[in-house]
Design a binder for this molecule. Sequence first.
Ligand code: NOJ
Length: 759
Amino acid sequence: MKKLILALAVLVSLSAAAQRSQDKKKMDAFITNLMKKMTIEEKIGQLNLVTPGGGIATGAVVSSNVEAKIKEGKVGGLFGVHGPEKVRQAQDFAVKQTRMKIPLLFGSDVIHGYKTIFPIPLGLSASWDMALIERSARIAALESTANGLNWNFSPMVDIARDPRWGRVAEGAGEDPYLGSQIARAMVRGYQGDDMTKPTTMMACVKHFILYGAAEAGRDYNTTDMSRIKMFNEYLPPYKAAIDAGVGSVMSSFNDIDAVPATGNKWVLTDLLRGRWGFDGFVVSDYTSVNEMIAHGMGDLQAVSALALKAGLDMDMVGEGFLTTLPKSLKEGKVTEKEIDQSCRRILEAKYKLGLFDDPYRYIDTSRPAKEILTADTRKAAREIAARSFVLLKNNNQVLPLKKSGTIALVGPLANNKNNMLGTWAVSGDPQTSIPLLEGMKNVAGNGVNIIYAKGANITNDTLLAKKVNVFGTRIDIDKRSPEEMLKEAVEAARKADVVVAAVGEASEMSGESSSRSDITLPESQKKLVRALVQTGKPVVLVMMSGRPLALEEENELTTAMLQTWHAGSEAGNAIADVLFGDYNPSGKLTATFPRNVGQVPIYYSQRTTGRPATSEEFKKFQSNYLDVPNSPLFPFGYGLSYTTFSYGDVKLNKNSMKPNEAITATVTLTNTGKYDGEEVVQLYIRDVVCSITRPVKELKGFQKVFLKAGESKEVSFKITAEDLKFYNSELNYVAEPGDFKVFIGTSSQEVKEADFKLQ
Ligand code: NOJ
């Protein structure tokens, strides 16, 4: 029977492969035929991506004369154009008024939802729930395609280990294994199993490569990294997206080995296409071709030629390709073959989206009203947001709150629609979001008396407010004096049984071009927290931020802290669901929270040193600090629940395995508390003896397990040689025989361990 099933499976996959190869032949023939008729100018036109601006610009310059350029066949794709009517109008220009009638791509940054906004990606990742993340991407694709879009500049999979970098908000945190799972889930969510469906869109993995490793956490800054670190720690999520079939890749702004990614042949051709076999197209980041002039790589003609020859196919906004490639071709600086190759890749993407069959495939005026920001998508946003929150602290089990008595709800983010959506919600409307005050009233019902006071401005620094308010008012400095606001909040606190303080960052204090050198709460809010604590009432902090903040003082002072990121359209309802215990929090951190910024870059999987610290106390001649322990404030994988979980010892079914065998590691997990709840059980591995230095621990598996109060369950993980592989000094992906440790636990720090050998 088994053999029969196997034989059938082989047959099915053979026939699927045969079908794929036939489809490819058909596509190749179609495109070859089309390209035969195209002039060189028309081919170069396909390589041009423009944005007419309007709405929220995502870069410093916007394109001009877009309509005329489309009609002249000088545009391959557009972004920043939304809605079936507008998309139809632009598509009409392309398919009715150009000689070749080639349809346009319509792109956008749909980073964590389109109109229904989900938590920022860093928050989404804290759910550790791949089905949920895929669902958020699926809904994002549904809404975007309903509005005429077919191409998404997401997922952003840059590993980020420096919370000063504002774009840490946009990714899945610090870990390559988790990041890879999330990259796959998002690509699946956007592209589905068939890109020609009018409800799926092409994804674009970004920023290729290493954008998250910008020195000093300053955006657009240089990066420098060994190949070993790159391959083992930074590249896996990009590769996972490629392996999942992502249709396009965006090059990053930074340099790699001193050559900007956008003009880096090793990155865009040798690695991406040669080593990984990527067959989609590569788009530059916003004017990143032109920015190679500032990098010192030559004038516009030189940098455009450099980019094309390196393997870049499409030029975002800068028009270096459009304006200089004809001249470079004449002068022999690029070849027709190189232009053809890039043009073909873009035409292939259009073919795969089904645009040659029907350029209006994604245009249906009846869809937006039915599919965008509906009761269902809002419900999903609420559920998903609640699952992204991380309970950092809960002394005296002050949470969940009772649905009775008096609650003082204070803080600049307590009743603030403008900051719920978070960074990179360019299509979302903040006015459609639910602030916390509204959410608490919705969830608590009439039994609770809520007294609201703003208490403080997000910051009193008017200059900072001006820098942050570029896309609209995010920091609103009150007409009242700080003292007056503080007084009102303290009075509210005195009248209450418990204080809930919503504090943190405005949404645009993270995201692109929003690096911070100080990652503590702004002083105005620190003062508020101190004053509230002085009333002697229990203080629950609802933390909203786009990055891990350094919260040592707040952790000392307050009774409870719930990290809620920027939670999206349903923020207020979701936070209230958790505060009042309608949902028991299950999120776990995916980026380490440092004690102070001096510990940065800080991440759990640091490589071994020759002088490891043996305790939290300072010891001379060990790798530690005079003024702060090595440990973070909250480690990767950390997050509490209203219930408690206990872990039994790690049991292995054997202590030694051959490369083609597997070991099963099992723990018994018990819900020892009073609430039903979910726990993310985490598996880490350490390669004890190896030809290169290895991380002290690496995540290699996790399971989200639901247990009723008092219930126990055995949780098992299968470990194979694949989980033990790494890139060695020759960049070969190998598992070396020897000793390994396996750790299973509730965070990267709190684990039980066992040992085994690979023979
Ligand atoms: C620049 C950003 O780096 C990138 O992530 C984004 O997709 C483009 N702008 C387009 O908005």
